[in-house]
Design a protein around this ligand. Structure first.
Ligand SMILES: [Zn+2]
Length: 416
């Protein structure tokens, strides 16, 4: 059933909500977050306070803004059924493109005409398959004005969740289970679950609403490890370096990088293929450090990648008669293993998609999500589409109709 996407009234309210939220500047700061600042920007509090007010206005209970800048609220079930489901979305936007002074442009019943925006940003159905599809369906789309990102990542998710709550509040005849909602800061910096209020969460299953094109359902992500390879050499005057007096750590790092297989880089892999990504080189003759990311959907392949890194580092060190040290660190794990232990989570979700008439497109996430962290903490948490496209760019656009379908799916999930 499509209670929201087929209602002009609710779709309009969804749009108003979305436009209101994208106009609030809530960019996070990756550098500050990595230096331990949490939330990484003060402006995320502005967004959080507004969401707190809006959740109260919707009559949600136990609404609170935690010390860590998480907004939490509940909608108690109206049936004897006691199950509880958690919905999550993040309120920050990425810092690669500014999210300040967003001026959303709305194209109602978009017919596929070329859209020219500031800074040479052009949308054309010839070069964007998803946009062509949206034009065929005469969907209402929302773009930036070309000078900022839109912030549909993840304000689509927030707007869809709150519109689903509003619908349920106004239709008490719809029996639904207990619902918990958390809006989190700093997802884009990778720290979104650092201070998540686990003590408040009663649900045993959760859904992030943070995906892209209609139909997307994500329940697998990378296993992620970091590797620091440090080469130690011996510095001396360059004019007097022969006969083993100098051992050059920079040369060892270069040799190491050249030995890594070129078929296993982010640039040469896709879909279910894993990679080894050199990210940063720092140092001098004495000591030179190479930082890498290891990514794979399979734990076995991660072990192989560790062996490759170790072997290449060893060979580089030997050929220059130097030393190497390697440190591996786990970052996050593929959700699939835990998800497989709770098949009901995905079954419920697939049923909700079918009821909304949305064809399911299951695909792996070539990264991690707040959902992967939460899944590791024991609450399985797949990710649902939002109707957002071309995230993290001035080319970002959103389909209102698809966002409404996401809201329909949320209603279907909690309906008893
Ligand atoms: Zn996101």
């Amino acid at each position: 059933m499509n209670k929201i996407s087929e209602s002009k009234d609710y779709t309009k309210r969804l749009l108003e909500r979305f436009v209101k939220y994208v106009k609030i500047w809530s960019e996070s700061d990756g550098n500050a977050a990595d230096n331990g600042v949490f939330p990484s920007t003060e402006r995320q509090w502005d967004m959080a306070r507004i969401l707190e007010e809006d959740m109260k206005a919707l009559g949600m209970s136990e609404v609170q803004l935690t010390d860590g800048c998480y907004v939490y609220g509940r909608l108690p079930g109206n049936d004897a059924f006691s199950e509880s489901v958690l919905f999550l979305a993040h309120m920050d936007t990425v810092d690669e493109v500014t999210g300040k002074d967003v001026k959303p442009q709305i194209f109602e019943n978009y017919e596929g005409q070329e859209i020219k925006l500031n800074n040479g940003v052009v949308h054309s159905v010839e070069s964007d398959e998803a946009l062509a599809e949206a034009a065929t369906n005469r969907e209402t789309i929302i773009t930036t004005d070309g000078s900022t990102l839109l912030g549909g990542d993840d304000k689509c998710g927030i707007a869809a969740i709150l519109t689903a709550i509003e619908y349920l509040q106004e239709h008490k005849e719809e029996k639904h289970c207990n619902i918990e909602v958390i809006f989190s800061p700093d997802e884009e910096t990778g720290h979104g679950m650092d201070k998540v209020p686990m003590e408040l969460i009663k649900s045993k299953l959760a859904y992030t609403v943070d995906g892209g094109n209609i139909g997307e359902l994500e329940s697998e992500c990378f296993n992620a490890w970091a590797a620091d390879v440090t080469f130690t050499g011996k510095a001396c005057h360059t004019g007097d370096a022969k006969k083993g007096k100098m051992v050059n750590a920079v040369s060892m790092a270069g040799k190491f990088l050249s030995l890594l297989p070129h078929t296993m880089t982010p640039e040469t892999t896709e879909n279910y293929e894993g990679f080894i990504a050199p990210m940063e080189v720092t140092g001098s003759i004495d000591s030179c450090k190479v930082q890498l990311l290891l990514r794979s959907f399979s734990p076995d392949e991660i072990e192989q990648q560790k062996c490759i890194v170790s072997d290449c580092a060893e060979a580089a060190a030997i050929s220059f008669n130097g030393k190497k040290e390697i440190k591996f660190k786990q970052q996050y794990l593929n959700m699939k293993e835990k998800m497989d232990q709770h098949p009901e989570v995905l079954e419920k979700l697939r049923k909700a998609f079918r009821e909304a008439g949305v064809a399911i497109m299951e695909k792996p996430i070539r990264g991690g999500t707040d959902g992967s962290r939460l899944t590791e903490m024991g609450i399985p948490c797949p990710n649902i589409f939002t109707g957002g496209h071309k995230y993290h760019s001035r080319y970002e656009w959103v389909s209102l109709n698809q966002m409404a379908k996401a809201a329909d799916i949320l209603v279907n999930i909690v309906r008893v």
